[in-house]
Ligand binder design. Structure first.
Ligand code: BJ8
Length: 425
């Protein structure tokens, strides 16, 4: 087994804390993922990626950096991976799914800050994330107020930081703002990478990212089968891995898994039994290692068949145009693609509810769980009308507002078990 300690030391990690994190994650991963029954064989690749998440993948990044490539980290699906790839950068979605260094974080951020934002600070301040340390540039975006203001503080700890300003409305003015901001981001990437953005490079990058999203759409579609051929936990894990794995390798591994899942669906073989209640999760993104609620849901005897979430289908269901043209035209095509994402930071945001309805029907789901992080105003505020609208349409819906702590697990389990019983009735 390779000893990565020298690499982690060179990245400035707190080795003791980092060991503690890895051993915690290894234990949780074994209990939640490896212990599942009837897993598809193709999950072996994703288990391997997870087992090497701070090892081999970081070594690949360090080798790429030594060869002159730049690593660009981000926290939101609005940061266009296509532009990063076009300039030979490596795009990494930074992990924000776990509590770490909470004492330090609480000295900087108000307690009523969402867990996702606190997590970004915790991993940085606790010096346990090799990804953020490997980044040549970290990109924030002015989506919710929490992130917008927190980035002002985070960039004091991360010297190379770029913020993309975001529209609040999907109007012509909003579109123009995003276009200008993507062009400014492209300029920043050119400065960091020393490369020039051309239409050929951008077309190739769009094709690569679209191929990845097509594979994710294939995974989403096969989850309509009864019985569900893959668990929600495994599908979530694949989405999480998509943010930091090499896109070409990820796509071919996922396509191979989808071949297997489609074959399973043809044979009527599932990860669960055919009468297992089926649930759509909708709400805040679940970044690595946030598996808390899906684990409770599936342990209660249900299966998750869709995630209406940014770590899920909210963004990946849209492909960018491959029509081509000038760099300027193609940036415009990217803006069209990205502005379809129905994040709750937009006002109004009716298409999110529309998609939850649609996907509930497509996947033959029996109910919806609305998941929001405490203190996340955009999703918590959208939760009320969404739950009422779905219940009015006879779609049973449960609302869960939580954080990354363990204290409410018992209470959530009780509520989820009662909900699953309701779905069975
Ligand atoms: S496009 S969902 S990834 S902003 S949970 S930090 S909204 S207070 S994460 Fe998101 Fe981009 Fe939207 Fe998607 Fe704020 Fe809410 Fe915290 Fe959130």
């Amino acid at each position: 087994m390779t000893d990565y300690t020298p690499m982690w030391r060179s990245l400035g990690l707190d080795l003791k804390a980092h060991d503690a994190l890895l051993s915690y994650l290894g234990g949780v991963y074994g209990d939640l993922f490896l212990a599942q029954k009837n897993r598809p064989r193709g999950m072996g690749y994703f288990d391997f990626v997870m087992s090497e998440v701070h090892g081999l993948r970081i070594k690949e990044l360090m080798d790429a950096k030594a060869a002159g490539r730049k690593v660009i980290g981000s926290y939101c699906t609005f940061v266009p991976e296509e532009l990063i790839l076009a300039l030979d950068g490596i795009s990494i979605g930074l992990c924000t799914g776990g509590e770490w260094a909470t004492d330090q974080v609480d000295q900087i951020l108000p307690r009523n800050t969402c867990a996702l934002i606190k997590s970004a600070f915790g991993f940085k301040l606790g010096k346990v994330c090799p990804y953020v340390e490997a980044c040549d540039l970290v990109v924030g975006e002015n989506t919710c107020d929490g992130k917008k203001k927190a980035y002002e503080l985070l960039k004091t700890y991360i010297p190379s930081f770029h913020v993309i300003d975001m529209p609040q409305m999907k109007s012509d003015a909003g579109k123009a703002l995003l276009h200008a901001e993507y062009a400014r981001f492209a300029g920043k990437l050119e400065e960091i990478t020393g490369q020039t953005l051309t239409s050929e490079k951008l077309a190739a990058a769009i094709a690569t990212v679209n191929a990845k999203r097509r594979a994710l759409k294939r995974l989403a579609a096969v989850r309509a089968a009864t019985p569900a051929p893959i668990s929600g936990l495994d599908a979530l894990l694949i989405s999480q891995v998509s943010f930091y794995d090499d896109p070409v390798r990820f796509t071919s591994s996922l396509d191979a898994l989808c071949d297997e899942l489609e074959e399973r669906a043809r044979r009527g073989e599932g990860a669960v039994s055919a009468d297992c209640p089926r649930i759509v999760m909708s709400g805040c993104p679940m970044a690595v290692p946030n598996w808390k609620v899906p684990a409770i849901v599936e342990a209660a005897g249900a299966v998750i068949v869709a995630e209406e979430s940014c770590v899920g289908e909210r963004s990946t269901r849209f492909l960018a145009s491959e029509e081509g043209g000038t760099v300027e035209t193609m940036i415009g095509q990217l803006v069209e693609r990205y502005l379809q994402i129905d994040c709750a930071v937009f006002t109004p945001n009716p298409t999110r509810l529309d998609y939850v309805r649609t996907v509930t029907g497509q996947r033959k789901a029996d109910g919806v769980i609305h998941y929001a992080l405490q203190f996340c105003h955009p999703y918590q505020i959208e939760a009320g009308p969404m739950v009422s609208a779905l219940e009015d349409e006879a779609i049973p819906t449960l609302r869960i507002d939580t954080d990354y702590g363990q204290e409410d697990i018992g209470q959530i389990r009780t509520r989820v078990e009662a909900f699953v019983e309701r779905l069975k009735a």
